[in-house]
Design a protein around this ligand. Structure first.
Ligand SMILES: Nc1ncnc2c1ncn2[C@@H]1O[C@H](COP(=O)(O)OP(=O)(O)OP(=O)(O)O)[C@@H](O)[C@H]1O
Ligand SMILES: Cc1cn([C@H]2C[C@H](O)[C@@H](COP(=O)(O)O)O2)c(=O)[nH]c1=O
Length: 213
């Protein structure tokens, strides 16, 4: 029985999800909250192995449905091993990407259809949708420029897609946000790291307060 709160971070490449999620984790701990930070695809050994297969630049032959199924499989394993037990304990889980990434990337940008991808993901998640989702809104070209100028970040198979693909990802996110309006909090991620962090932190503390924490 879920008692915790499940928050996800979404957006295109280079929007700042990982940077801000780590800053939030530290800030919440300083406020006395216990918080679990995790990510998709990955977060547990089996899902990290699936991540390596999906994102490996050599795997250019990967079929879009195979890709969608692998993300869903990684998601299931991560949920069962990490997210669900933590939520059952009443914890706060901040997850860098979740189902909306599959809907935007595989469902819309790859053209598989958002409803079809939602359908296989329903099997994977068994109703475990996020309580709230922060969407880091940035121009996709600007996001790609950010990751290209970060020499430490390894470029993966999805990063190598053309700008048009990343524009479709953003279009997909818009469709998803229209469908699940109540769940999304949109943050202008084109500002400085400090500005994005302060706004996201205020939104998150508000959610925690509303949930009685
Ligand atoms: N608001 C910002 N302004 C300028 N640079 C930023 C900002 N936020 C993050 N960055 C930088 O952009 C790069 C990408 O950031 P980050 O890894 O947090 O993005 P992400 O959304 O998690 O990307 P991806 O989904 O592609 O992994 C990093 O080098 C980070 O330092
Ligand atoms: C969960 C998920 C992710 N993706 C894509 C999005 C990114 O291109 C990579 C993950 O890399 P990151 O540096 O950790 O953001 O995978 C996807 O296409 N579908 C998904 O469900």
């Amino acid at each position: 029985m879920k008692r915790g709160i499940f928050i996800t971070m979404e957006g295109p490449e280079g929007a700042g999800k990982t940077t801000i999620t780590h800053m939030l984790g530290k800030a919440l701990q300083e406020e006395g909250y216990q918080v679990l930070l995790t990510r998709e695809p990955g977060g547990v050994p089996i899902a990290e192995q699936i991540r390596e297969v999906i994102l490996n630049k050599e795997n250019t032959a990967m079929d879009p449905r195979t890709e969608a199924l692998l993300y869903a499989a990684a998601r299931r394993q991560h949920l069962v091993e990490v997210v669900m037990p933590e939520l059952d304990r009443g914890g706060i889980v901040l997850c860098d990407r979740f189902i909306d990434s599959s809907l935007a990337y595989q469902g819309h940008a790859r053209g598989l259809d958002i409803e079809e991808v939602y359908s296989i993901n329903k099997f994977a998640i068994g109703g475990m949708m996020p309580d709230a989702t922060f969407f880091f809104d940035i121009d996709p070209g600007e996001g790609l420029r950010r990751i290209q100028s970060n020499g430490e970040r390894e470029v993966n198979r999805l990063d190598l897609e053309a700008l048009d693909f990343h524009k479709k990802v953003c279009e997909g996110y818009q469709l998803i946000m229209n469908r699940w309006q109540d769940r999304f909090i949109i943050v202008d991620a084109g500002r400085t790291i400090e500005e994005v962090f302060e706004e996201t932190k205020a939104g998150l503390l508000n959610l925690l307060k509303e949930s009685g924490r």
